[in-house]
Design a protein around this ligand. Structure first.
Ligand SMILES: *[C@@H]1O[C@H](CO)[C@@H](O)[C@H](O)[C@H]1NC(C)=O
Ligand SMILES: *[C@@H]1O[C@H](CO)[C@@H](O)[C@H](O)[C@H]1NC(C)=O
Ligand SMILES: *[C@@H]1O[C@H](CO)[C@@H](O)[C@H](O)[C@H]1NC(C)=O
Ligand SMILES: *[C@@H]1O[C@H](CO)[C@@H](O)[C@H](O)[C@H]1NC(C)=O
Ligand SMILES: *[C@@H]1O[C@H](CO)[C@@H](O)[C@H](O)[C@H]1NC(C)=O
Ligand SMILES: *[C@@H]1O[C@H](CO)[C@@H](O)[C@H](O)[C@H]1NC(C)=O
Ligand SMILES: *[C@@H]1O[C@H](CO)[C@@H](O)[C@H](O)[C@H]1NC(C)=O
Ligand SMILES: *[C@@H]1O[C@H](CO)[C@@H](O)[C@H](O)[C@H]1NC(C)=O
Ligand SMILES: *[C@@H]1O[C@H](CO)[C@@H](O)[C@H](O)[C@H]1NC(C)=O
Ligand SMILES: *[C@@H]1O[C@H](CO)[C@@H](O)[C@H](O)[C@H]1NC(C)=O
Length: 629
């Protein structure tokens, strides 16, 4: 491959042409020991921060905070599903205006490392893949598969068009791009990785510096590297560096970069999963500082994963899969130096001190002042409409169809069957529950089958002619990390059975819930509180004003079991009493002084629901799952 590049007359800077190494007019390259920016040695003091997880109104101050801590490089994932929501539509607006994010970074004095996947993991829905890939015949993701590479090419070409002026060779801040993400811990198909390399060169030009990033273990490096492409590792720091020297192709060796130094770890929904952070833990912070100080003094580069995690807005969260589904919580705080709401932590301050020490005389911008969140007094919420009373036109068929085939990415699908002759037994909603299945008979909840459990609850029913069976299936997040599983399809896959009977005759309702289908202008629904438990999902709505200055707040829905919250049309994400997250981040930029509208989809109304208010400090903690099998 290298030979054919040379023969075709293309210069592979940083790949093979050593005379290019010291050429100052080559914007960015590397030699065996250093990254070289305009011919000068460049050490990446990096941190991960993804535009899609931050309100765009806050990009500038988050980037400034990164620079003020001493970072010079932002590592940024791009989520394919966000920018190409359907095969024919592109969205580079709002939080997807990546070019603008990069432009702001440059203005603030930061460089960018592009992590565009196409597979990024990142605890994001399906690792960034758009749902519609599942509808393309012959599609096999993360592999040397024509339909997959074809779709990837369309994405990378369009992304390149969007951000081309931001490449360092065009005077922008983007230094280099990562191919795939830790592929070596998933597969070992070098032909696939080489095909992706060629798509990146095709989209971004042959002078783009590319690299792979794998776990710092022999197998991962052997599996994930591409000959002639810089091989970097993550985790570590030291173990990955030593392993790389031992296992990477000689032509893939270069300056050492710990591509993801884990500050803490992600958090998952479950009664026994706690919020993970090292803030306040002096010993743990000393160990982070010592690792990273070692890395810098070693002449190597790093990227903090995460510098600032932000929020999995709406339904963006992914899930892990080990023995059961473990969905990622709405917050992507990650115990990062800069909190979800932009707060400066003791981790931030300790790292800044270490970096200032290391840099010696370089002046950094001042540490931004912590903004004080506001409290919002109890918001009066009224039930306004039943989800089952505002269903869209159904798709009618003999047997169920999955979410993707119904043209939907995330949210819910309601499957309705009217019983024609008596039937009884355990309800089996397709091959396996995907993911959280609420079961109703005549709109009374009779069971919940939840795939977060290895052995989900069994719902045993006896139904008579005329009974209406409703199966509401929630996509809790497609798996971004875990062993190979056959597919990432949501809704119901296969037939619904009870005992020996296959249930025939379905109405299927698409409920993507991009926007709430209810509003505070609807009149109050009169409900006896005793009818709440086991009722169908209800929308609640209310209005509130902000007293004094507008600022961030954290919404607390005390004792509300599970659901989704929108404020002024922004989907703040899922809440769930199991925790560890007990409040939802509501940034001040989504608020106005007067007439803020809140809408809550309450999946499991109960008599226990407490006050809904805004608090100044996030609440973390776990409650028992009322729906545990
Ligand atoms: C340096 O790079 C520039 C831009 O690619 C090229 O035009 C020039 O010929 C190179 N000079 C040397 C000495 O390689
Ligand atoms: C890489 O470039 C740096 C900066 O010019 C130089 O100090 C270093 O010796 C070079 N390393 C190698 C192996 O050429
Ligand atoms: C690749 O995509 C193009 C349109 O984008 C389509 O015409 C072509 O058939 C696709 N090829 C494969 C192998 O999927
Ligand atoms: C919580 O932990 C217990 C014991 O380790 C385990 O059996 C159970 O499945 C866990 N629950 C969830 C939802 O992860
Ligand atoms: C950096 O660390 C590696 C071991 O991980 C070591 O081999 C190398 O000599 C160190 N380099 C410097 C400049 O300290
Ligand atoms: C830091 O010191 C070095 C060496 O004394 C000098 O070349 C450089 O300009 C100084 N940088 C700043 C930002 O003062
Ligand atoms: C389902 O419930 C019925 C009636 O209570 C009972 O007879 C039957 O054994 C149950 N089936 C299973 C598989 O538990
Ligand atoms: C459900 O509603 C139907 C239609 O009103 C009725 O025939 C049936 O008896 C009801 N079933 C139950 C269990 O209440
Ligand atoms: C569902 O059952 C029908 C009737 O037995 C059968 O024709 C169909 O193939 C089944 N669908 C699946 C996905 O198994
Ligand atoms: C939540 O419910 C429990 C159990 O009913 C009750 O003891 C507690 O006071 C409630 N908390 C709030 C904040 O409403």
């Amino acid at each position: 491959m290298r030979v054919s590049i040379v023969l075709s007359g293309l210069l592979g800077f940083g790949r093979l042409v050593s005379s290019a190494y010291t050429n100052a007019s080559v914007a960015f390259t590397y030699n065996r020991t250093s990254f070289l920016l305009h011919g000068e040695s460049y050490q990446m003091i990096g941190g991960q921060m993804d535009p899609h997880r931050i309100p765009y109104q806050y990009w500038e101050k988050r980037l400034y905070a990164a620079r003020a801590m001493g970072l010079n490089t932002i590592f940024s994932y791009i989520f394919w599903d966000q920018v190409q929501p359907s095969q024919d539509t592109w969205d580079f607006s709002g939080r997807n205006n990546i070019a603008e994010y990069f432009r702001l970074a440059q203005e603030i004095g930061l460089h960018i490392v592009l992590r565009a996947g196409p597979y990024v993991c990142g605890e994001h829905e399906w690792g960034g893949y758009p749902y519609w890939l599942s509808n393309i015949p012959g599609m096999v993701v993360r592999s040397n598969n024509a339909p997959f590479l074809n779709a990837s090419k369309v994405y990378l070409d369009r992304l390149a068009e969007e951000i081309r002026p931001m490449l360092v060779q065009n005077g922008g801040p983007i230094l280099m791009a990562q191919i795939e993400n830790e592929y070596g811990s998933y597969g070992a198909d070098h032909v696939y990785m080489e095909a992706l390399r060629d798509l990146f060169y095709g989209a971004f030009g042959d002078d783009m510096v590319l690299y792979t990033n794998d776990g710092g273990y022999s197998e991962d490096i052997l599996n994930g590297q591409i000959e002639g492409i810089l091989a970097e590792t993550d985790g570590g720091p030291q173990s990955g560096f030593l392993a790389r020297d031992q296992y990477a192709y000689a032509s893939s060796l270069g300056p050492q970069l710990d591509g993801e130094y884990y500050i803490t770890w992600l958090d998952l929904w479950a009664s026994n999963s706690t919020y993970d952070t090292d803030a306040g833990d002096t010993t743990a912070i000393e160990s982070i500082v010592s690792d990273l100080s070692w890395t810098l003094n070693n002449g190597s580069s790093f990227s903090l994963y995460m510098f600032h995690g932000g929020t999995n807005w709406g339904f963006q969260n992914g899930a892990d899969w080990a023995k059961a589904l473990t969905p990622v919580i709405t917050s992507y705080d990650y115990g990062a130096p800069l909190t979800e709401s932009g707060g400066i932590t003791d981790i931030y301050l300790a790292l800044r001190e270490m970096i200032v020490d290391y840099l010696g005389n370089e002046t950094l911008p001042a540490v931004p002042k912590n903004e004080t969140p506001i409290a919002i007094p109890e918001i009066a919420l009224k039930p306004v409409v039943k989800l089952f009373d505002i269903l869209p036109e159904p798709v009618v068929a003999d047997y169920p169809t999955n979410m993707e085939k119904l043209g939907q990415s995330h949210g819910f699908i309601l499957y309705r069957h009217t019983v024609t002759s008596s039937v009884s037994g355990i309800l089996v909603p397709g091959d396996y529950p995907r993911d959280r299945v609420l079961v109703y008979v005549n709109q009374t909840r009779v069971g919940i089958i939840d795939s977060i459990y290895q052995a989900p609850a069994k719902v045993n029913l006896t139904l008579e002619a005329g009974d209406v069976l409703d199966i509401l299936v929630e996509n809790m997040g497609r798996v971004n990390y875990g062993p190979r599983i056959p597919d990432q399809i949501k809704g119901i896959v296969g037939n619904v059975t009870m005992g020996e009977s296959i249930l025939k005759g379905w109405e299927m309702y698409n409920l993507p819930l991009e926007l709430p289908s209810a509003s505070s202008s609807m009149s109050t629904l009169e409900l006896a509180s005793s009818s709440l438990s086991n009722s169908g999902p209800l929308f609640y709505a209310g209005m509130f004003d902000v007293e004094g200055e507008i600022a961030d707040t954290f919404l607390h829905l005390a004792n509300w079991t599970k659901g989704v919250v929108w404020v002024n049309g922004e989907n703040l994400g899922r809440y769930w009493t199991v925790g560890p997250q007990q409040t939802l981040y509501l940034p001040g930029c989504y608020l106005k002084k007067e007439g803020n509208e809140i809408v809550v989809l309450n999946l499991e109304p109960s008599e226990e629901m407490g006050a809904v208010n805004g608090v100044v400090n996030r609440l973390w903690g776990n409650n028992p799952d009322p729906d545990a099998p």
